[in-house]
Design a protein around this ligand. Structure first.
Ligand SMILES: [Zn+2]
Length: 298
């Protein structure tokens, strides 16, 4: 599933290709991909609009159109947004997975491809608050790369949380855009076990975790441009990422820091990967949603 760095990479890749371009025609090939308004109204509203800017909020993309309207997009599991020359279209796209096809005034096509059909597009008319139409935006937490996300914010948020820290990091109402991969990676670099009860983290651990979250995400954005091309639709994680990940998807492989075997567990309904030596399983303070809280792991 694309997380913040992948969505940010998509945003950066689309800006030059889209901004200034005018929509010539819109074909909605799969009505379910349009969250708002109806597919017909969506196509009609978008026609003739000019793309002016692209912003990102968490894993959402917001395209500013002329006259104050906006186009919202969430890629979910397998969505891809591509701007292609017509000659590239048949080569780079599985036509059966194209859900929305938009022709632009420079002859290129802007495609929303989505194998699993979980991704969504919204058209937001001028003068309507975006949160009113894209309801997921209303409760979104802080941007982890902004100054608002710091040890004070995280410490305050964790104070009352009895869940595992890994589970809390995935809560989009707290931090926007962190998913399974970067939560596991940040916790590893901060040497915190994912099962640790959130409210029991010490101030210095919270500071290190904050720094690592920012670094892991920034580094991923820097590296993502080249790796995103290989982005697979099967699990959203590509081969290249596996070669730089410390723990994610590396169960049974040697930890890059200490050579111990990386462990994969189920935690809060998701998988969690960690190094048992660098991130020792807490003796106490283990969260209630952690499987190891009731029985021993090994
Ligand atoms: Zn290790």
């Amino acid at each position: 599933m694309p997380e913040l760095p992948e969505v940010e990479t998509v945003r950066r890749g689309l800006i030059d290709k889209l901004c200034g371009r005018v929509v010539r025609s819109v074909q909605v090939l799969r009505p379910a991909s349009i969250a708002h308004p109806s597919p017909d109204e969506f196509a009609k509203a978008l026609q003739g609009r000019r793309f002016e800017d692209i912003e990102r909020r968490g894993k959402y993309l917001l395209f500013t159109l002329d006259k104050g309207a906006k186009l919202g997009a969430h890629l979910r599991m397998s969505g891809r947004l591509l701007v292609l020359k017509p000659a590239q279209e048949n080569k780079n796209v599985r036509t059966e997975h194209v859900r929305v096809r938009i022709e632009l005034d420079d002859g290129c096509v802007f495609l929303f491809e989505d194998m699993r059909v979980f991704g969504r597009l919204w058209f937001i008319p001028a003068q309507v608050p975006v949160e009113q139409i894209v309801s997921g935006l209303a409760d979104l937490g802080v941007e982890p790369l902004s100054a608002d996300f710091n040890a004070d914010y995280l410490g305050e948020a964790l104070k009352t949380r009895t869940q595992a820290i890994k589970t809390v990091l995935l809560d989009q109402t707290l931090i926007a855009g962190i998913g399974n991969i970067y939560a596991d990676e940040s916790l590893h670099l901060a040497r915190i076990n994912p099962q640790r009860r959130a409210k029991e983290l010490k101030r210095n651990q919270i500071e290190v975790l904050c720094t690592q979250i920012k670094q892991v995400l920034s580094r991923a954005i820097e590296n993502r441009g080249s790796t995103l091309r290989n982005y697979t639709d099967s699990d959203g994680v590509n081969g290249n990422y596996q070669s730089v990940a410390h723990v994610y998807g590396r169960a049974g492989h040697a930890c890059r820091q200490c050579s111990a075997a990386i462990v994969r567990i189920r935690l809060g309904g998701r998988s969690a990967h960690f190094c048992p030596k660098c991130q020792p399983v807490p003796r106490s303070g283990k969260a209630i949603d952690s499987p190891g809280a009731k029985k021993k792991l090994h």
